[in-house]
Design a protein around this ligand. Structure first.
Ligand code: DX5
Ligand code: ZN
Length: 231
């Protein structure tokens, strides 16, 4: 057994944007730990969502950390604006950054937690010389761009691979997993080594947010407890 507690991060991508403040308050009341905010530019991914103005508006709505997932080209141009808007965490894609070591340290210099994101086809070994600088790693278990897609099974082995790298370095970094996490997949995801699970359609597509988050936490915690102390 270990004393890790699972965290659930509802993704507002699947919320009702016409009632966004209410939706965020509802998931906070329902037991969410983090609010996951998907920023898309129509270039890095084939979809467009929101920018710093919406993050700023959400900052006054909830006390939970705002986990800003940047699916954009040239993220360096925007990290200052998202930090000013109130982002608690900013994650950038390895695939979108030419000098990710610089980008990660620029985020941290703004007083924001910094994370690197891996697309489904990107290996955790790309992070080997960066892990010591990271506050978290986000593993995509779908191709980024849309909510409600199917979980890609090879993501499980990848989470395990990253855990092994962290163990070799004797360095703890929380692992967040994003995409297709639901009642069917969450136990395997946490058992493989995830600590934070993003859930968009599973939460906002349900009728009872509190019951859904509770069940996700129960199943996810089972996976964490199955890991033992080594992972
Ligand atoms: C996909 C986004 C995810 C998405 C997850 O590009 O990064 O955060 O909202 O949605 P579900 O949980 O429905 O797969
Ligand atoms: Zn996301």
């Amino acid at each position: 057994m270990n004393d890790m507690k699972i965290q659930i991060a509802p993704s507002i991508l699947s919320a009702d944007f016409g009632r966004l403040a209410e939706e965020v308050r509802s998931v906070e009341m329902a037991g969410a730990d983090v609010i996951h905010v998907d920023v898309m530019d129509g270039h890095f991914v084939p979809n467009i969502t929101i920018g710093p103005m919406v993050v700023k508006a959400l900052r006054s709505v909830t006390n939970l950390p705002l986990d800003v997932h940047l699916m954009i080209e040239f993220p360096d141009r925007y990290i200052d604006a998202f930090a000013q808007a109130g982002a608690s965490w900013i994650t950038v894609h390895v695939e979108a950054c030419t000098h990710i070591h610089r980008t990660i340290n620029a985020i941290k210099a703004l007083g924001v937690k910094a994370g690197a994101v891996l697309n489904p086809a990107t290996s955790p070994s790309t992070l080997e010389y960066l892990l010591a600088d990271l506050d978290l790693v986000l593993i995509m278990s779908v191709n980024p761009g849309f909510g409600g897609q199917h979980f890609i099974p090879s993501s499980l082995g990848k989470i395990g691979h990253l855990r092994k790298l962290l163990a070799i370095l004797d360095h703890y970094v929380p692992i967040e997993v994003d995409g297709g996490v639901n009642f069917q997949t969450i136990e395997a995801v946490t058992s493989a080594g995830a600590d934070i699970c993003v859930a968009g359609s599973a939460v906002f597509g349900s009728h009872d947010y509190e019951a859904t988050i509770k069940k996700l936490k129960e199943l996810g915690q089972k996976g964490i407890d199955e890991r033992g102390v080594s992972v």
